[in-house]
Write a protein that binds this ligand. Structure first.
Ligand SMILES: *[C@@H]1O[C@H](CO)[C@@H](O)[C@H](O)[C@H]1NC(C)=O
Ligand SMILES: *[C@@H]1O[C@H](CO)[C@@H](O)[C@H](O)[C@H]1NC(C)=O
Ligand SMILES: *[C@@H]1O[C@H](CO)[C@@H](O)[C@H](O)[C@H]1NC(C)=O
Ligand SMILES: *[C@@H]1O[C@H](CO)[C@@H](O)[C@H](O)[C@H]1NC(C)=O
Ligand SMILES: *[C@@H]1O[C@H](CO)[C@@H](O)[C@H](O)[C@H]1NC(C)=O
Ligand SMILES: *[C@@H]1O[C@H](CO)[C@@H](O)[C@H](O)[C@H]1NC(C)=O
Ligand SMILES: *[C@@H]1O[C@H](CO)[C@@H](O)[C@H](O)[C@H]1NC(C)=O
Ligand SMILES: *[C@@H]1O[C@H](CO)[C@@H](O)[C@H](O)[C@H]1NC(C)=O
Ligand SMILES: *[C@@H]1O[C@H](CO)[C@@H](O)[C@H](O)[C@H]1NC(C)=O
Length: 601
């Protein structure tokens, strides 16, 4: 008997073998008074007993501040389901502490309180296996829980009570409160709203369960159903019609996402259910099914931004896009709205600007509101002509025999087969002459500037021209490395303001012009006026891709304008030197100089 180990020995050996494993496992006990976590790369957390959920800090990408959050800990995505400080990220070194008096508080390194939960008398806290983090009394009475303060997500067993709400994140990477709200109102109705971002009020409902007087709570139950029940327990509605899903097989969440869609997500807990495919969150259900056609509000852009068009992709997600010849205001934010990439239609009848516009057709596109004129019955050609000759008209919608004229900003834009018409986007047909930095198309382009420069050389003796040429030289000297000269096209990067000031000072101080300067002055100011003040420069600038170059040319244009003011015949009209400096710096507006061809000059 002594040769074979006893049962007790076996048990002892097993325990000895397991010990190191137990020792390295992270603590999964109650959070006691005085415990704290620090926001840093150590990633320390308070875990639920199963380790499926963690409470702690997550750094927002890329290298932003920290969110005090709860997340799914067993999946690589570490999907966040709750956060304390979404609108006020915590800097590195911030600390969350369950203070001796039972307050759970988040302070930055300087001691400023960022957030706190202060239910009074808490004697411990715990991260529970449901994903709920709660504060308890010594007698284990639940005083406060994250399940009662949802951000944008509900978990199985969580209940949305009357007055409870989910607010979508601003974007997929930015967890700040965003543009949509989902709430069980105190009147019992379950409603989806657009929010009046960045204010805290709402704009308009885009979906509702119509359960006023009846709805009492929304229960996300263990088998993946969303039951809206009455006070007496009667089931009023299942939010989604599709069958639920087992919480044994799947992690689940219901999230109001930044695009305004409420989605029920599943994530397989094991590889068994994926048939070998990598595990990921998959969408089980969405509401509303088409947010592009659902959202319609009298203020704000709609489901996407102003002037945008919303269309549902095959992946059941809305896409925000811009009309032809429009582009995103913020290329990194699809919801930022769209701007024209061309100069708007001039309303000056002298400009004959209508001749320079054309239409690009977008079938099934519509901005249902934003009309200012409606005609019926008319032909499509008649509709086009109406919009083309009307400087207010930015878009015409033609459907059957109806013609609507619209002007920007356009709202509630959508592309949907249900539209059964088309949008005629009015765009500038003729590209203005482009200042081509690489001279890639010699001869054709740059002719306008070429002529200007040639004229400049011929008139080089003039006082004003000297200003311009000298300024040009300064531009070139300012950034030699960026200088490009090619077949008469010259780019002027950078401007040394102090030299410009000196020069203009000399000019502006002249009390009167010598008689022999007078004729030159007139010719020159005509030229300069044409160049700077009739929109030519602005036209060229709009076409430029290079932002820096655009800025340089705008600065150059400003200098020419200031120069125009400085050579006014009437010394009274010439600006004070202090004002010239402000105008050069850009801190003062440069008013359009008087037209030299006017009789008053
Ligand atoms: C947490 O604290 C409560 C109350 O003191 C106690 O009943 C419970 O067993 C503790 N849980 C753990 C995992 O220590
Ligand atoms: C903390 O988390 C980050 C991001 O997940 C990871 O890169 C880093 O290695 C973690 N640090 C530690 C000490 O585990
Ligand atoms: C608990 O203590 C913190 C400071 O440690 C204080 O800010 C907070 O107000 C206190 N709460 C209560 C309920 O006394
Ligand atoms: C805290 O405990 C004290 C005494 O134990 C009690 O008088 C007080 O009402 C409690 N406060 C809360 C908010 O429970
Ligand atoms: C998130 O978006 C809001 C709203 O535009 C902005 O104020 C905030 O700075 C953004 N946060 C981050 C970390 O980019
Ligand atoms: C429960 O409440 C609902 C809605 O308020 C009502 O229609 C129903 O008749 C009630 N059922 C009972 C058994 O009281
Ligand atoms: C969840 O709700 C569904 C539909 O109301 C019901 O059939 C199911 O039994 C519920 N599951 C649990 C665990 O209560
Ligand atoms: C995965 O499949 C194996 C074998 O069929 C089974 O024993 C195990 O319980 C399954 N796991 C889950 C989480 O379903
Ligand atoms: C204007 O020029 C841009 C780029 O040079 C080009 O993409 C665009 O199609 C042109 N527009 C027209 C109406 O020719």
């Amino acid at each position: 008997m002594a040769s074979s180990p006893s049962r007790t020995d076996m048990l002892f050996m097993t325990i000895m073998l397991l010990l190191p494993i137990l020792a390295t496992a992270q603590p999964r006990t109650n959070v006691t008074l005085g415990s704290s976590l620090v926001a840093n790369s150590a990633n320390s957390t308070w875990l639920s007993p199963s380790a499926e959920f963690a409470f702690g800090f997550q750094q927002t990408a890329p290298k932003g501040g920290y969110l005090l959050a709860i997340w799914f800990h067993q999946i690589p995505e570490k999907t966040i389901i709750w956060s304390a400080n979404r609108d006020d990220l915590a800097p590195e070194g911030s600390r969350v502490q369950l203070a001796a008096n039972g307050t759970l508080q988040l302070n930055d390194p300087s001691g400023r309180q960022i957030w706190a939960a202060d239910p009074g008398n808490a004697s411990y806290a715990a991260m529970l296996d449901t994903g709920n983090f709660a504060l308890f009394t010594a007698a284990s009475v639940n005083l406060w829980q994250t399940f009662d303060q949802p951000t944008d997500t509900l978990l199985p067993t969580q209940i949305l009570n009357q007055g409870g709400e989910l607010i979508s994140s601003f974007s997929d990477k930015n967890f700040s409160r965003g543009r949509f709200l989902f709430t069980l109102q105190t009147d019992g109705n379950l409603v989806w709203y657009t929010r009046n971002f960045p204010m805290n009020d709402i704009i308009r409902a885009y979906m509702a369960t119509a359960t006023v007087g009846d709805g009492f709570r929304l229960i996300f139950n263990q088998t993946g159903y969303f039951n809206l029940v009455a006070r007496n327990g009667t089931l009023l509605s299942n939010l989604f019609s599709i069958l639920g899903a087992s919480t044994l097989q799947y992690y689940q969440r219901l999230t109001l996402e930044y695009d305004g869609v409420l989605r029920h997500y599943l994530y397989p807990k094991s590889d068994n259910t994926t048939g070998g495919r990598p595990r990921a969150w998959s969408v089980q259900d969405i509401l509303p099914s088409n947010i592009c056609t659902q959202v319609r509000q009298d203020t704000g852009g709609g489901a996407c931004g102003l002037n945008s068009l919303c269309s549902m992709g095959t992946d059941q997600r809305p896409r925000c896009s811009c009309p032809f010849d429009y582009s995103l205001i913020d290329p990194n934010d699809l919801w930022s709205g769209c701007k024209k990439d061309f100069l708007p239609h001039s309303c000056d009848p002298e400009s004959h600007d209508s001749d320079l516009f054309m239409f690009k057709d977008m079938p099934d596109a519509d901005w249902p509101d934003s009309d200012y004129a409606h005609f019926n019955p008319v032909s499509e050609d008649w509709c086009r002509q109406q919009c083309l000759t009307d400087c207010f008209c930015d878009v015409a919608i033609y459907r059957n025999a109806d013609c609507w004229k619209k002007r920007i900003p356009l709202s509630n834009g959508k592309i949907d087969p249900g539209v059964q018409g088309k949008a005629l986007i009015k765009v500038r047909a003729k590209n203005a002459t482009v200042l081509d930095p690489l001279g890639s198309k010699p001869g054709k382009r740059n002719t306008r500037l070429g002529v200007i420069i040639a004229g400049a050389v011929l008139l080089a003796s003039s006082v004003f021209l000297n200003v311009v040429l000298f300024a040009s030289k300064l531009f070139l000297a300012g950034k030699k490395s960026k200088k490009v000269e090619n077949e008469g096209s010259i780019v002027y990067p950078g401007l040394n303001i102090s030299y410009g000031v000196l020069l203009l000072e000399l000019l502006c101080c002249r009390k009167n012009f010598e008689p022999d300067v007078e004729d030159e002055r007139r010719i020159l100011s005509d030229w300069a006026y044409d160049c700077c003040c009739d929109g030519t420069v602005a036209e060229m600038v709009v076409e430029l891709e290079d932002e820096e170059m655009r800025d340089d040319i705008m600065r150059f244009e400003r200098m020419v304008k200031i120069g125009m003011w400085c050579i006014q015949e009437d010394p009274e009209l010439r600006p004070q030197m202090k004002r010239v400096v402000h105008m050069l710096e850009g801190s003062a507006q440069v008013p359009p100089p008087p037209d030299p061809s006017s009789p008053f000059l």
